[in-house]
Ligand binder design. Structure first.
Ligand code: G4P
Length: 526
């Protein structure tokens, strides 16, 4: 087996999808603890403990009180090297989250078992469906009085349309939570309270009929035996192919806060989740094992290090190997660039990376020439597909408090739109600047960042815009006519792409009827 193949086989690149408060941050802490990345769990967000996370951009998140960035953490687990891509944790929907999900090979779905399936999870699952990403499920908060686990599992099957295959099954809940029984290994793993911050010594009882089990958990043992019959009748047996096809999810139970069960889930992830998968380009499919380097940028992040006002482009390596100082072709510009100082994300530290393989994420310093969706290769002219921009759903006009700063405002907005933080539209027939977002929080973030990063005081005004769609046409003549006649509704986005800004849906429908040769797009592929 080639070194490239070995390195690829070792890698697992995943993200967590969940509804806010289900426990994503807590699980991330425990996952890092198991990865030996942090000595004592509890430093990722440093919410209550007053401790702060290792990396400086996380510090910024803390100041802002929300997790805006997509950070990346790499850590070893068993024989694997795991890349965990964090997705923004606030309630708002963001395009960053969508695009992060295009850069992973599997997802962990975290469910608050007291609540069941919540709406953010439904939306995120829809996104993972676009690529049939394999899903592992963690039913969290078993140390609380939760809902009937069978009922919650049914809910997952009904609402999310994915078969559930419990790998572990909980014994009791809340104060009476005793542990889990592993259906595949026929072992009971006992829960011990008060060990949320350390790796617990495992107490394992082999065999369901083992009298030790009755000794350890009393009447719960018989309840478990009974319940398991029911569960096995009502659920699906684990099937690896179905899991890889995104049709079936292995389900684990536990409590992230009590640090119980997260390691069972990690065992499943390293054993079953796919190594870096092939990726589509406009020319061909690219396999991770290929020796030649390729990758795409799914995220641009400003201000990761307050001392250096640089921007970092996050690149998912799709094939080959990155080596310090190597040359790559930036396909969109047709230009060869030398990358001497990519950063890696080993356990939250930003350090210079010497080598990285397919499945890894590296950060490139960006001085404005890199855009989301950019493909980098060893020379081949091809472009990775499936990294979308979404039509915004909310619009505001942005105005300056100090009109002399128009230039900075425009520059700031265009840079923020390149990052995907927000979308900006410049109408062809006015000097307005219209900001479009998928979620309302994006507006606040943009004003905040304009002030801190560009020294621009801006305010919003309402504007009646229902939607903005990208337009194109194969018929050049019809397109020219359209551009002339509909000019009052046309605008350029941050990347100078033409969009139709519709004041109402009725207006949009009329335009579509009137100009049948024109295509209106809800997403724009980078
Ligand atoms: P999120 O990132 O998905 O938004 O969730 P986070 O981990 O921040 O967890 C949300 C709340 O749920 C936190 O409590 C956290 O301590 C709690 N929690 C997470 N996992 C478990 C669990 O297994 N059992 C129990 N009982 N609670 C859990 P909080 O009080 O809202 O947060 P904080 O004030 O401690 O930050």
């Amino acid at each position: 087996m080639s070194v490239q193949q070995q390195e690829v086989n070792k890698r697992r690149t995943f993200a967590i999808i969940s509804h806010p408060d289900a426990g994503k941050t807590t699980i991330t802490e425990k996952v890092l603890l198991f990865g030996q990345a942090l000595q004592k769990a509890g430093t990722v967000k440093g919410k209550k403990s007053g401790q702060h996370a290792k990396s400086d951009w996380m510090e910024m998140e803390k100041d802002r009180g929300i997790s805006i960035t997509t950070s990346v953490m790499q850590f070893p687990y068993d024989d694997c090297l795991v890349n965990l891509l964090d997705t923004p944790g606030h309630e708002d929907f963001s395009e960053d989250t969508y695009r992060t999900l295009t850069a992973v090979d599997s997802c962990l779905m975290v469910i608050d078992t007291a609540k069941g399936v919540e709406d953010r999870t439904i939306k995120l699952m829809e996104v993972t469906r676009l690529r049939d990403t394999p899903i592992i499920t963690f039913m969290n908060k078993m140390d609380r009085d939760v809902r009937d686990p069978i009922e919650v599992m049914d809910e997952v099957e009904d609402i999310l349309k994915i078969k559930c295959s419990p790998i572990t099954w909980p014994i009791g809940m809340g104060k009476l939570f005793k542990g889990v029984y592993n259906i595949l290994t026929d072992e009971t793993i006992l829960y011990q309270t008060g060990q949320g911050h350390t790796i617990q010594e495992k107490r394992v009882i082999k065999g369901l009929d083992n009298p030790e089990l009755d000794e350890a958990i009393g009447s719960h043992a018989d309840d478990l035996r009974e319940e398991l019959e029911l569960v096995q009748g009502a659920s699906h047996e684990f099937n690896h192919e179905e899991f890889l096809a995104g049709e079936l999810t292995p389900v684990y139970f536990g409590t992230a806060l009590g640090n119980f069960g997260v390691d069972h889930m990690l065992d499943g992830l390293t054993e079953w989740a796919p190594a870096p998968q092939p990726r589509k380009t406009d020319v061909r499919d690219v396999a991770a094992e290929e020796e030649k380097f390729s990758g795409f940028v799914f995220k641009i992040q400003a201000n990761m290090d307050p001392k250096h006002r640089d921007r970092i482009a996050f690149m998912r390596i799709c094939s080959g190997k990155y080596e310090k100082g190597m040359k790559m072709k930036q396909v969109r510009l047709g230009k060869d660039v030398k990358i001497a100082d990519a950063v890696t994300f080993m356990a939250g530290d930003r350090s210079n990376v010497e080598t990285a393989y397919a499945g890894d994420i590296i950060g490139l310093h960006n001085h404005g020439s890199i855009q989301i969706g950019d493909t980098f290769t060893a020379g081949e002219m091809m472009k990775f597909s499936g990294i979308p921009n979404f039509a915004p759903e909310m619009f505001r006009r942005i105005r300056l408090k100090d009109p002399l700063k128009a230039k900075q405002l425009q520059k700031g907005l265009i840079q923020l739109s390149e990052e995907g933080a927000v979308q900006v539209f410049r109408p062809l027939t006015s000097n307005d600047l219209i900001v479009g977002a998928v979620g309302v929080l994006q507006f606040e973030v943009v004003v905040h960042r304009l002030k801190t990063e560009y020294n621009v005081d801006a305010i919003y005004e309402p504007i009646s815009v229902a939607t903005a769609l990208w337009v194109s046409s194969d018929d050049e003549k019809a397109f020219d006519t359209f551009k002339r006649k509909a000019e009052a509704n046309l605008a350029l986005d941050g990347g100078d792409n033409l969009t139709y800004v519709a004041p109402t849906m009725v207006n949009l429908n009329l335009a579509m009827e009137r100009y049948p040769e024109i295509e209106f797009h809800k997403t724009r592929e980078h």
